[in-house]
Design a protein around this ligand. Structure first.
Ligand SMILES: C[S@@+](CC[C@H](N)C(=O)[O-])C[C@H]1O[C@@H](n2cnc3c(N)ncnc32)[C@H](O)[C@@H]1O
Length: 205
């Protein structure tokens, strides 16, 4: 098992859902950006590093029918599947490391909250961006949330790379145009604050 996978399996097998800093009962900012990008409920949406997030629950409730949740942790996805019960079959669950994933087709919306920022080495970022290019097409929307420039410099005990929408745009390259941005102060379950930077990009070519 890779170091990345064993770290995250340990997190999800030892901590309760509300005992992780990134927990949100509803991912309101993500939902707002996804709804704007994909008014059609048949849009293909992938949540990269979705973990045990309840975003998928809210997307199902809004009628989206083509949902994929990918995570390196099997335990994280098992929690979401269990929570969804009989609805779990409506979602494609993919256990994979994003830096080694070959998307089977392009998605209309690529969503990532607090995953890309863990990739601090240029080569792992490059591997992620290769998956992003395969997993999107011209017209796709990429929604990414990272810790902001004045946000924490680590998460879950791991160092992170912080971004502004502009520095993230520079990292994604000219094929992706910045179309929307938002700053958010996330309150952790124990009341501390973390500054997040959200950005939406349209793939141009
Ligand atoms: C901070 S959590 C965020 C979870 C979720 N996106 C949310 O907003 O609630 C980071 C997630 O990314 C997953 N992850 C970390 N590195 C990954 C990788 N290389 N490939 C796929 N998933 C990864 C972790 O298992 C974890 O679920």
């Amino acid at each position: 098992m890779s170091g990345t996978r064993s770290h995250w399996e340990k997190v999800y097998t030892t901590k309760a859902e509300t005992a992780v800093s990134w927990y949100q009962p509803h991912s309101l900012r993500s939902l707002e950006l996804i709804s704007a990008a994909a008014p059609d409920p048949a849009a293909a949406i992938v949540d990269i590093g979705g973990g045990a997030s309840r975003l998928v629950d809210d997307l199902l409730a809004r009628g989206y029918t083509d949902l994929t949740v990918l995570d390196v942790s099997e335990a994280a996805l098992a929690k979401s599947r269990l929570r969804r019960g009989s609805d779990a079959g409506k979602v494609a669950w993919v256990v994979a490391d994003i830096t080694a994933w070959h998307p089977p087709h392009p998605y209309d919306v690529w969503h990532d909250r607090a995953v890309f920022h863990f990739l601090t080495a240029p080569e792992t970022q490059t591997a992620y961006l290769a998956a992003l290019r395969t997993g999107t097409a011209a017209g796709s929307t990429v929604i990414m949330a990272t810790f902001a420039l004045d946000g924490p410099d680590s998460c879950s005990g791991l160092p992170v790379q912080r971004y502004s929408p502009e520095t993230l745009a520079a990292r994604l390259g000219p094929a992706f145009s910045l179309i929307q941005r938002a700053e958010e102060t996330h309150e952790t379950p124990w009341g501390s604050q973390q500054k997040f930077s959200y950005a939406a990009f349209r793939r141009e070519a």
